[in-house]
Design a protein around this ligand. Structure first.
Ligand SMILES: Cc1cc2nc3c(=O)[nH]c(=O)nc-3n(C[C@H](O)[C@H](O)[C@H](O)COP(=O)(O)O)c2cc1C
Length: 183
């Protein structure tokens, strides 16, 4: 079972990206994960799409299509998604063969403030669900006060955070099996 991970933050020291890296060690057996690159996507433009999908967008669309599930780690920017994450979702969302159709997705969010992205997750769900992605309903994982939960190398030091992510990934596996569309 192959998982494609997408971080909504482009910065080097991102807690969301660090949490995704940490997920590699928390995966249930039989699941592998790799992190997609979205930093090289141009801003979505339907004219550009129609003239020929740019390579980075083609790559992302193929990666999502091939993955058994997508794990999204999202920062919260001004109570909602980062532009980078919305842009990636948009590139993958245009027909033909929009990449989110019937795709199992799990999400979590990570912020430096105390709420952990309580507002962004519902925007993210709303966007993905109308694209017919199957977003894992629970557990919801909000990692707040992130600077106190990671060391300088980006490793998670907080045992509860590790457990929340472990539970999320453990729940994602049967969700993917359950949501598999017979073709
Ligand atoms: C443009 C911008 C807007 C932000 N808005 C929010 C917000 O609405 N809520 C929140 O909890 N944190 C907000 N933050 C703080 C981010 O949660 C914090 O920078 C976090 O570390 C971003 O995730 P990252 O570490 O993966 O880059 C904002 C940060 C930026 C750059």
């Amino acid at each position: 079972m192959q998982i494609l991970a997408i971080s909504g933050s482009l910065r080097k020291g991102s807690y969301n990206t660090a949490a995704l890296r940490a997920c590699n060690e928390l995966l249930p057996s039989g699941m592998t994960m790799r992190i997609a690159t979205i930093a090289d996507l141009p801003m979505f433009d339907q004219d550009v799409f129609d003239a020929g999908i740019p390579e980075p967008a083609k790559r992302l669309r193929a990666e999502i299509a091939q993955a058994d599930g997508v794990l999204i780690a999202s920062p919260e920017y001004n109570f909602s998604l980062s532009g980078a994450l919305k842009n990636a979702i948009d590139w993958a969302s245009r027909p033909p063969n929009q990449s989110w159709q019937d795709k199992p997705v799990a999400i979590f969010s990570c912020t430096q403030g105390p709420l952990g992205g309580a507002r962004v997750q519902y925007d993210l769900r709303r966007i993905l669900v109308q694209l017919w992605a199957h977003v894992l309903p629970r557990p919801e994982v909000f990692i707040g006060n992130a600077p106190g939960k990671f060391d300088a190398q980006g490793r998670i030091t907080d045992e509860n955070t590790k457990k929340f992510l472990t539970d999320l990934l453990a729940g994602f596996k049967p969700w993917i099996e359950r949501m598999k569309v017979k073709k």
